[in-house]
Design a protein around this ligand. Structure first.
Ligand SMILES: Cc1ncc(COP(=O)(O)O)c(C=O)c1O
Length: 410
């Protein structure tokens, strides 16, 4: 028998996990605009605008600044699979789960991967990275700017110059940090960066902005093999090893994002509209206001959690401003608290992975969701839920402490 299904009508939520977080309604509205053919002049104009807008987002003058279809790891894979040839040495300072992901993807690209470990909740001293570069002579250093799994942000300003001095390429995964904290691609001499929409950019997951410079361009063009069926006679294969993935082949994507408009994949039209609106909103807000908003929310949230008698996780000097880790108090059932917050208040906070599983919650204050209203609602909901689960959270202290931080900044 035919079953009728209800229309999709999700319950209202406040998404305060490590991502995805709430999309800005302006982004959702842009996504509902009519589709265009991907070679329609209006659509290619939007593509050109995207390249300009994301140069602002990445703080770069790199010509090659565009979108890769797929979630954030599509951007990671496009860069790693196009840059790494079989047997290349890749050094990965691992801050947490997403550093492990870089190792795993680089291994699939048949690299010799050298992971550098640090305790979860800490970051790397640049001298340690330089020492490892001297020891292992990698072709590529790959690392995450902000690893949501540990809430740590790796300072990058000194790492680019170290890599340049040793002729090592530097790739950064900025998925979780982009526009929530500073990332100066050119000033910090980063060769390639990838990101995702679903954190501070306040869009849905599904398309990955990337940027890379001439050093990367020259390297990947030495591997250019345009697929049969769309190649022209004037495009002979390059000598380098063929890139393993067709979908993530940067030279073909470059031809699609250039005036050649190579007919590679069918563009994810509505996701491109979303990415356009995400970046437009970032430009309109300005860097100073945006970074200050994220720092203020982090300060208020941390003050509130501390006033409730909870302990923050990790090295607070290097904490990401847009994600906060907090220890689950002894004897409190962490998953039940998360479930009750969702059920009673419609607020989602995050669990955690690996060595931190069951030990900390992670609370996101990102982009559109990085607001006074969300911080105070989350603290109030957490206080009440903790009391209901037998933990003695002093009623109102968390909200008062956070409100005072906001009031002092008014
Ligand atoms: C730092 C970082 N890198 C990569 C990813 C993977 O992104 P996606 O799940 O969109 O592929 C995430 C997702 O949370 C992330 O936080």
């Amino acid at each position: 028998m035919q079953k009728n299904h209800d229309e999709i009508n999700p319950p209202p939520r406040i998404l305060m996990g490590p991502g995805p977080v709430d999309a800005d309604p302006r982004v959702l509205r842009a996504m509902s605009m009519p589709l265009l053919g991907q070679f329609d002049p209006q659509f290619t104009e939007y593509m050109n605008e995207i390249m300009t807008l994301y140069r602002h987002v990445f703080q770069t003058r790199n010509h090659w600044t565009f979108l890769v279809d797929g979630t954030a790891r599509a951007g990671i894979e496009a860069i790693l699979t196009s840059v790494i040839s079989t047997g290349d040495t890749v050094l990965v300072p691992v801050l947490g789960r997403f550093g492990q992901l870089l190792c795993e993807i680089a291994r699939r690209c048949r690299a010799e991967v050298i992971p550098l470990e640090t305790e979860w909740g800490s970051v790397f001293d640049p001298q340690r990275i330089e020492h490892a570069i001297n020891q292992h002579r990698p072709k590529l250093l790959a690392l995450v700017q902000g690893d949501t799994s540990t809430t740590m942000a790796q300072p990058l300003a000194e790492i680019g110059p170290i890599c340049r001095a040793h002729d090592v390429l530097l790739y950064v995964d900025a998925t979780a940090s982009i526009t929530g904290m500073d990332l100066r691609t050119d000033d910090w001499q980063i060769d390639a960066v990838s990101a995702g929409l679903q954190k501070c950019l306040s869009g849905p997951p599904g398309i990955a902005p990337i940027t890379f410079n001439e050093r990367v361009e020259q390297l990947v063009l030495r591997r250019k093999h345009v697929e049969e069926g769309i190649r022209s006679a004037s495009a002979p294969d390059a000598d380098g090893e063929i890139i393993q993935s067709n979908y993530f082949d940067l030279p073909m994507l470059m031809d699609y994002w250039s005036d050649k408009r190579l007919n590679h994949h069918t563009e994810a039209t509505s996701m491109l509209y979303a990415a356009h609106e995400c970046a437009r909103i970032v430009v309109a807000e300005g860097w100073e206001a945006r970074f200050a908003r994220h720092v203020l929310a982090s300060d208020a949230l941390c003050a509130g959690l501390t006033a409730m008698g909870l302990s923050l996780f990790g090295d607070q000097v290097h904490k990401m401003p847009n994600v906060t880790g907090v220890y689950i108090p002894d004897g409190v059932p962490g998953e039940e608290v998360r479930a009750a917050m969702l059920h009673n208040f419609g607020i989602e906070i995050g669990t955690s992975f690996g060595p931190l599983h069951g030990r900390i919650w992670r609370i996101g204050t990102m982009g559109y969701g990085c607001s006074r209203r969300n911080v105070l609602s989350c603290l109030a909901a957490l206080e009440a839920t903790l009391r209901q689960h037998g933990h003695k959270a002093a009623w109102g202290e968390g909200v008062d402490a956070a409100t005072a931080i906001y009031a002092a900044a008014d």
